[in-house]
Each structure stands twice: as C-alpha cells, then as structure tokens.
Design a protein around this ligand. Structure first.
Ligand code: CA
Length: 229
C-alpha cells in the first residue's frame, strides 16, 4: 500500500532529487515544487500529509508560504534551510512549522523526523483519545487530572496542569507566551494578566515538577517548550 503524500518545496534540483529518491524508496508518494506559488496550488489540490519546506525560494519565500498555508492544512511542516539564524528558526516555529532542519542534513535524520511527525500527527487526527501520557519521569492522566512526577503525586493548580498539557501536546514545539496566554487565559484576559503571568505560572510549575523541572525549557524572549525525550 502506498504510504503518505509528501510535498517538497525546494528550488535546489539536486537536493529534491536526493530527497525524492530516498523517500520513494520508502514507498512515500512524493511531489515537488520549485517555487512557493506552485507549491500553494499543489498543496491545496493534493492535500499532502507532510510538507518539506525550503525557506530561501525565488519570489515568495518559504516563511511567506508557511504563513499562507498553515491556516489551511494541518499536515506537519518541516523547514529546510541553509540559514542558521535563530531568528528564522523561531519565526518559522512561530508561524506554525513543526520542525526545522539545517542544511546540510543527513537523509537518515530527515527520514526519522518525517516518520516521527507522521506518526504523531496520525495519532492526533485519529483522535485516539490519548488520556495518559508519559514524558520522561512525568506521567499525566488528562482525564482524571492527575500527575505523577517520578512516581509521586504532584499537586498542580488547574492552570499549571493546563500549561503542562499544552506543552506536551505541542510535542516539543515552542509555544509563545502570547499563545499560552491566549489558550489558557483567553476569555478572562484583563489588565492584570499579561505574559508575565505565564512566566509566573511556569516558575511554579517547574518547582512542582522538582527533578523533572528542566524538561520545561525557555526560549528566550519568546516562549516555552518541553523536552520530550
Ligand atoms: Ca533554496
């Protein structure tokens, strides 16, 4: 049975050839576009299961493409870029990319990331009703609102629990403080609550996570992510 559809958006012909060859060997259905305008049409028409996206493209760049397509499709998007700049990486993640590979990367590593994202994405879209998750020494029961840290119960306030749940559901992806604020305080936002409120809750959450506190990582001036492994 043919596997998932992968769209490669990349203007370097040799790189496309190399990725295509390796993915087709693994039975993926591969399509490619050399510019973002063509890629937009292809993505809307063929609904790929995953997109590999170069940032430096002729005319419309990869980040612009990302901004346009993200609200339209849920497929995981992995950025490919020669740029090592942190700004690009953060901007890409902020715009909704799921991952980032810096060129030159190993094809093996790319394939591993692709499989990982497809697996997790399918888990989410099948709505497999995952109620218990373990991340390192943290065990969470979403339904019963319980959490064990290295086997011992931790007592999280509802918002602390919600933050941890969102970070785990984001699967290592960075969540901005603004996004957390919106998702958790959305309707009760007022003058008293701002991104510092998020920082304060994270600080309390870290204290309660004790030996596992370092799993919650700060992305300076932007937000937070959780180390999944
Ligand atoms: Ca390029």
């Amino acid at each position: 049975m043919p596997k998932e559809k992968i769209l490669i958006v990349e203007d370097e012909k040799d790189l496309v050839k190399l990725i295509r060859y390796n993915l087709e060997k693994e039975q993926f259905r591969v399509t490619a576009a050399r510019d973002a305008e063509t890629a937009l049409k292809m993505a809307r028409k063929s609904r790929p299961d995953l997109i590999l996206l170069d940032i430096m493209l002729p005319k419309m760049d990869g980040l612009e493409f990302l901004k346009t397509i993200r609200p339209e499709i849920e497929a995981p998007i992995i950025l490919l870029s020669a740029k090592r700049s942190e700004v690009d990486r953060i901007l890409g993640l902020k715009l909704g990319a799921d991952d980032y590979m810096v060129k030159p990367f190993s094809i093996g590593e790319l394939q591993a990331r692709i499989s990982g994202h497809l697996r997790r994405h399918q888990g989410q879209t099948n709505g497999d009703g995952r109620k218990n998750v373990s991340v390192g020494g943290i065990d969470m029961d979403f339904e019963r609102h319980e959490i064990l840290v290295r086997g011992k119960p931790a007592h999280l306030a509802p918002k602390e629990f919600a933050i941890l749940k969102l970070l785990i559901e984001a699967n290592g992806k960075v969540l901005s403080r603004d996004r957390l604020l919106e998702l958790i305080w959305g309707h009760e936002k007022d003058m008293e609550i701002d991104t510092r409120t998020v920082d304060q809750h994270i600080a309390r959450l870290r204290r309660k996570l004790g030996a596992e506190s370092e799993r919650i990582m700060t992305v300076p001036n932007f937000g937070y992510q959780i180390k999944m492994r």
